[in-house]
Design a binder for this molecule. Structure first.
Ligand SMILES: *[C@@H]1O[C@H](CO)[C@@H](O)[C@H](O)[C@H]1NC(C)=O
Ligand SMILES: *[C@@H]1O[C@H](CO)[C@@H](O)[C@H](O)[C@H]1NC(C)=O
Ligand SMILES: *[C@@H]1O[C@H](CO)[C@@H](O)[C@H](O)[C@H]1NC(C)=O
Ligand SMILES: *[C@@H]1O[C@H](CO)[C@@H](O)[C@H](O)[C@H]1NC(C)=O
Ligand SMILES: *[C@@H]1O[C@H](CO)[C@@H](O)[C@H](O)[C@H]1NC(C)=O
Ligand SMILES: *[C@@H]1O[C@H](CO)[C@@H](O)[C@H](O)[C@H]1NC(C)=O
Ligand SMILES: *[C@@H]1O[C@H](CO)[C@@H](O)[C@H](O)[C@H]1NC(C)=O
Length: 450
């Protein structure tokens, strides 16, 4: 009798673990992912041949778009074509174990036209089939190991149900493709909003299709930045924590986990850009200070209010500005005269990588690696922290995050309350899981002792 109970417990433990593992295998392998996006228009300052490929496991070519009239994947312009066709071979000649992925979606300077082309394509089964076919052909023809769907972002319930169809059909075609060719199965990933629930003005209460994402993509790249694009006060644009709103990386990641996506299907996004503003009063230069305009348009991003990590380090060195690390938000900032910049310093990168590890995520991605320093300082920091702390987490060692408050504690008063109690629920789930585990242990012990 006791043996029977013991067996039952063992079987249950094994079953629940193998269930978990099933979802975590990538092409049949357990993997950790340290990914980076490379912008296709950045070759003049970040040549593909100069990328230190040993710092990443996966690199993305970003990006190609969708043709508005026939819905095939659009090829790059003629001057960019050679770079595209040699992207994978160049990188793999430096690091044969590196995987490359072709990202298709709205690109950096997203305009309505490219987003509407994707939306239209996704809404029609024939268009989807043409699109999927052309994406597979392109990936195979140019040595890519996978495809990435970068729809930033679906904005209606209609878009979301089309996304469901698209991802399921794409997965089906990829599996068919693998049957017909001796090569390994192509990877399929998707970039997604920082939270599983969109709450921008033009998308009312739209949720991502959680099951479809869990079942059809190898992983999702969570866009953990751009929280305060249009703010009229200084703010941490990629805050790890926020005590008064849900615009934070911790809230976003926990929302995905709580919705039911397995942690091993998520990559945490780390921005290698900062956001800048001109201060109203340069003496008032903390977080929450009034601003009058977005910061200057600098060379690398060519966008107002965006500074590349490389440009930030140069400005810090040249001006001797004092960088401040804010332990409440898990973000860094500095001001230089009337200019104010928030960004992910090496300290912030460390904290975010540890956050990813503590939540059991598959890995992280850097956006974009084109903005790193010549020596790849930020990419190196991310990799070093990941490899340094990966083992500690597996061994159950606690290493302290530097922030003062857990993501579920919101300050009483001051600012709007969080809109959902999801993060709280998630912690309850984790708690229940642990309770179950210890109960099993206890029963095991009890059975063994009689
Ligand atoms: C999975 O692991 C096997 C054995 O280590 C290796 O031969 C194979 O290439 C791996 N597959 C992928 C997709 O990395
Ligand atoms: C690339 O990064 C690795 C790991 O940090 C380092 O050992 C190597 O020297 C770097 N290679 C170059 C060319 O900088
Ligand atoms: C783009 O979309 C936004 C929001 O949907 C809309 O307000 C704007 O007018 C559009 N711009 C163009 C050029 O169509
Ligand atoms: C896929 O595309 C190739 C080449 O563009 C074409 O030959 C083939 O017929 C297409 N297949 C389908 C099912 O559309
Ligand atoms: C920067 O952006 C402007 C306006 O969007 C564009 O005209 C210009 O060609 C861009 N410069 C570069 C180097 O891409
Ligand atoms: C970057 O690398 C160059 C050449 O290897 C070296 O001279 C320089 O000191 C490095 N800079 C930093 C900040 O490590
Ligand atoms: C956060 O920083 C403040 C001010 O520097 C310090 O007083 C506080 O102890 C820090 N909190 C933690 C948890 O490190």
């Amino acid at each position: 009798m006791h043996h029977f109970i013991l067996l039952l417990i063992l079987a249950f433990t094994y079953f629940s673990q193998s269930q978990q593992q099933q979802q975590c295998l990538i092409n049949g392998n357990n993997t950790q992912v340290r990914a980076g996006y490379w912008f296709s228009n950045s070759n003049h300052y970040s040549p593909v041949s100069q990328i230190n490929t040993s710092l990443y496991t996966h690199l993305y070519y970003y990006s190609l778009s969708v043709d508005e009239t026939n819905f095939v994947v659009t090829l790059p312009t003629e001057d960019q074509l050679p770079l595209f066709t040699t992207f994978s071979s160049t990188l793999k000649s430096n690091n044969p174990s590196l995987k490359t992925l072709l990202s298709i979606g709205t690109n950096e300077h997203a305009n309505n036209a490219s987003n509407s082309a994707i939306s239209t394509m996704a809404s029609d089964q024939t268009h989807r089939a043409v699109f999927i076919n052309s994406s597979l052909q392109l990936a195979r023809a140019h040595g890519f190991d996978g495809l990435d769907f970068a729809w930033q972002f679906p904005s209606s319930q209609h878009d979301m149900s089309n996304l469901e169809n698209l991802l399921a059909e794409w997965r089906h075609s990829i599996n068919d493709d693998a049957k017909n060719s001796p090569a390994v199965t192509l990877l399929l990933t998707a970039t997604v909003y920082f939270s599983d629930h969109l709450f921008s003005e033009d998308s009312n209460n739209v949720d991502y299709p959680i099951d479809t994402i869990s079942n059809n993509v190898d992983w999702a790249n969570v866009f953990c930045f751009n929280y305060h694009k249009n703010s009229d006060v200084t703010a941490a644009d990629a805050a790890l924590f926020d005590q008064v709103s849900h615009f934070s990386t911790s809230y976003g990641i926990v929302s995905w986990l709580d919705a039911g996506v397995p942690p091993c299907k998520l990559l945490l996004g780390v921005p290698l850009f900062g956001r800048s503003w001109f201060l109203k009063n340069k003496m008032k230069n903390g977080l929450g200070a009034q601003v009058v305009a977005a910061g200057p348009r600098l060379k690398l991003s060519n966008q107002t209010g965006i500074m590349a990590y490389f440009e930030i380090t140069e400005m810090l060195e040249d001006t001797n500005s004092i960088m401040i690390y804010d332990n409440r938000t898990g973000s860094s900032y500095f001001s230089n005269g009337g200019l104010w910049v928030t960004f992910d310093s090496l300290e912030v990168i460390e904290e975010k990588i540890d956050f990813a590890l503590q939540n059991g995520l598959l890995g992280y991605f850097l956006w974009p690696i084109s903005y790193d320093t010549i020596n790849y300082t930020a990419s190196r920091q991310a990799m070093n922290v990941w490899t340094r702390d990966y083992g500690s987490v597996a061994a159950g060692v606690e290493f302290g995050l530097k922030h003062g408050n857990s993501p579920v504690e919101f300050a009483a008063g001051g600012g709007p309350p969080p809109q959902s109690s999801r993060s709280v629920r998630n912690f309850q789930t984790i708690y229940a899981f642990h309770l179950c585990f210890y109960l099993q242990l206890f029963l095991l012990y009890y059975c063994a002792s009689i």
